[in-house]
Design a protein around this ligand. Structure first.
Ligand code: UGA
Length: 423
């Protein structure tokens, strides 16, 4: 099929490369000329495993192309995917202005009967808004909701092996064409009305956020009451109704999606006259859990003069260089605000994520002369660092492992005082 993808962020670039790998002709529109240049050389600015080689294969096959002009990219496309940012507005609702601007920019270039499918996470009612805009502009096109569930760090694999494909449309012909596009993937397809499709994405992300916040709350109670979260979660997970996935305690959920989408869901509820207090409390609980880690670090520091903290990890999770709404960055920035010198190392983040961060060249360097060492991101290599030399180079002895990835016995054998989450 002839496809266009507008927006070459991690969702758009991954979708485009995967669709080309399935044999579709994919024209990508991206407004940032520097990003287009890099993608044309198969050197994406996003750290996403396998993305550059998939882009290189798409370019080599001639099926994948990148364009700085969105109107050119949509020419001849039967399906146009919008993979554009929908940032939070100050009241938490999703800002659709980028999507609306792209519709205006491309409407007159859409081929007759084209399907404009929203991959971006868009609030309930966006289908109606997008349909109205296109019809006002005289475009003879359909709108569809086709939320994407891929994760940063495993984007290609998630796209090609999804648990489900959700298509929101009122038109049988649109459902048929979209189902046809994904046929070779072989995943179950759920066709529903557009509002329900839009809601499935928010509800899924809010449920995942709730699981993480729940695990962290139980971890906090375990810590206070003297239980061990690892065994508690193991025991809970053995119940098939619960399962053990997405229940790892940590410094709180972050990233470009879960925080934004939970806020947006509260706003969607409130616009509809419903107080989504459960979701609002998940957001509050997530923030206070992260703040409690900051308090724990400050308590360990006590009255030390010119306190120094080493921070291992800045990305919001392992496998990505993305620091958006990263709890590790929040912890570091809060410490800096309290007058602490923070030296950070992350294998994928080389620039200071916010003012005041000092960057080290490696994990051992970040621990040098610090009073407390904090693990903020669960990069597997942190668990392999030999702790003896780390302990020797530190000024203090405390290690606060906000990801529970360090073996407590190893840390103690190296002379460190170990504190994890929930144990
Ligand atoms: C999330 C969803 O998982 C995807 O399905 C969705 O498509 C995507 O948002 C999106 O809306 O675009 P992502 O933000 O890449 O994906 O990251 P996740 O793997 O979901 O992790 C989110 C946060 O929860 C991270 O900060 C992670 O460290 C934390 N987390 C996750 C935990 O603390 N514990 C867990 O057990 C799982």
């Amino acid at each position: 099929m002839d496809i266009a993808v507008i927006g070459a962020g991690y969702v758009g670039a991954a979708c485009a490369a995967c669709l080309a790998s399935l044999g579709h002709r994919v024209q990508v529109g991206e407004r940032d000329p520097a990003r287009v240049e890099r993608l044309l050389e198969a050197k994406s600015d996003i750290h996403e495993p396998g993305l550059d080689s998939a882009v290189a294969a798409g370019l080599a096959s001639g099926l994948l192309s990148f364009h700085g002009n969105n109107a050119v990219a949509v020419e001849g496309a039967e399906i146009v995917f919008l993979a554009l940012p929908t940032p939070s507005t100050p009241d938490g609702s999703a800002d659709l202005s980028i999507i609306e601007a792209v519709l205006r920019e491309t409407a007159s270039s859409l081929q007759r009967g084209a399907i404009v499918a929203a991959k971006s996470t868009v609030p309930v009612g966006s289908y109606d808004r997008m349909t109205a805009i296109l019809s006002d502009l005289g475009a003879d096109a359909f709108v569809a909701s086709n939320p994407e569930f891929l994760r940063a760090g495993s984007a290609l694999d998630d796209f090609l092996n999804p648990d489900r494909i959700v298509i929101g449309t009122h038109e049988a012909s649109v459902a048929e064409k979209m189902t046809e596009l994904y046929r070779s993937i072989g995943a179950p397809v759920l066709v529903t009305d557009p509002a329900s499709a839009e809601m499935i994405k928010y509800a899924s992300n809010a449920y995942l956020a709730t699981r993480v916040a729940f695990a962290n709350t139980i971890a906090d109670i375990c810590e206070a009451a003297g239980a061990d979260i690892s065994d508690v979660l193991k025991g809970m997970g053995m119940d098939k109704r619960i399962g053990s996935h997405f229940l790892k305690p940590g410094p709180g959920f972050g990233g470009s999606c879960l925080p934004k989408d939970t806020r947006a869901l509260v706003a969607i509820g409130s616009e509809a006259g419903f107080d989504a207090d459960l979701i609002a409390s998940v957001i509050r609980s997530n923030r206070s859990h992260t703040d409690a880690i900051v308090t724990k670090i400050l308590t360990v520091i006590g009255n030390t003069s010119s306190p120094r903290v080493g921070l291992w990890g800045l990305a919001f999770k392992a496998g990505t260089g993305d620091v958006r709404e990263s709890p590790a960055v929040h912890i570091g920035a809060s410490l800096i605000d309290q007058g602490v010198t923070v030296t950070a190392f992350d294998p994928m983040v080389t620039k200071p994520p916010a003012p005041g961060f000092e960057m080290a060249a490696d994990a051992v360097g970040a621990a040098s002369q610090v009073d407390v060492l904090v693990i903020g991101t669960e990069w597997p290599e942190f668990a392999d660092v030999e702790l003896g030399p780390v302990a020797d180079s530190m000024r203090g002895t405390a290690i606060i492992d906000a990801r529970n990835i360090i073996n407590q016995q190893d840390a103690e054998a190296a002379g460190l005082t170990y504190m994890g989450v929930g144990r």
